[in-house]
Design a protein around this ligand. Structure first.
Ligand SMILES: [Ca+2]
Length: 184
């Protein structure tokens, strides 16, 4: 899928009103009930070498640069993707640095990890991360909102509260987020 349209601050839509749904692990989840069949096929990368994962990331989202053995950065480091080397400890909560908000393409903070710290609205598709987020951890001092893109207006999936983490695989927001907004 291709998502180009930026919708800063507008078009949250009716689904946002349903935000006060269940809350667990610090993640308030909107019970949107919206269907989204677009689940990426490039998720489980454990069998790939680190360099193969780096290459794949750069192929999915050109414009980044490899800034470490297991790291790709975009926009001078404002977005960073980190891959767990095969045989090493898997990525986890402790890999999310203070001052950033992080998201994993696996449940329970596994798989590859993306991280952002900028304030405001951002498009995960710019980094090849649309419909991939399966767990989140917010180590900033601000709430971060995750949105599902619809041409008719973005749908607020959940708010990841400051300092909180949450696993999405058991809820209705798994593999749906396309945009994020750090409220600062
Ligand atoms: Ca989506």
């Amino acid at each position: 899928m291709t998502i180009k349209t930026a919708r800063k601050g507008a078009g949250v839509g009716i689904a946002a009103l349903a935000l006060l749904g269940t809350t667990w692990g610090g993640v308030a989840v909107a019970d949107s009930g919206g269907a989204n069949a677009s689940v990426p096929t490039q998720q489980a990368g454990n069998a790939l070498s680190v360099q193969a994962q780096v290459d794949r990331q750069l192929r999915i989202a050109p414009g980044g640069e490899q800034t470490g053995r297991n790291e790709v950065s975009y926009n001078d480091g404002s977005f960073v993707v980190t891959f767990a080397p095969p045989g090493a400890e898997p990525l986890g909560l402790s890999d999310c640095p203070s001052g950033w908000f992080c998201f994993w393409d696996g449940g329970s903070y596994t798989g590859s990890m993306g991280q952002l710290s900028s304030c405001g609205w951002q498009d995960l598709d710019d980094f090849g991360w649309s419909d991939r987020v399966s767990s989140v951890y917010n180590r900033t001092s601000d709430d971060v909102r995750y949105y599902n893109h619809h041409d008719s207006g973005d749908e607020l999936l959940f708010t990841n509260q400051a300092g909180k983490n949450g696993n999405l695989t058991t809820g209705t927001s798994n593999n749906k987020a396309d945009h994020v907004n750090r409220l600062c």
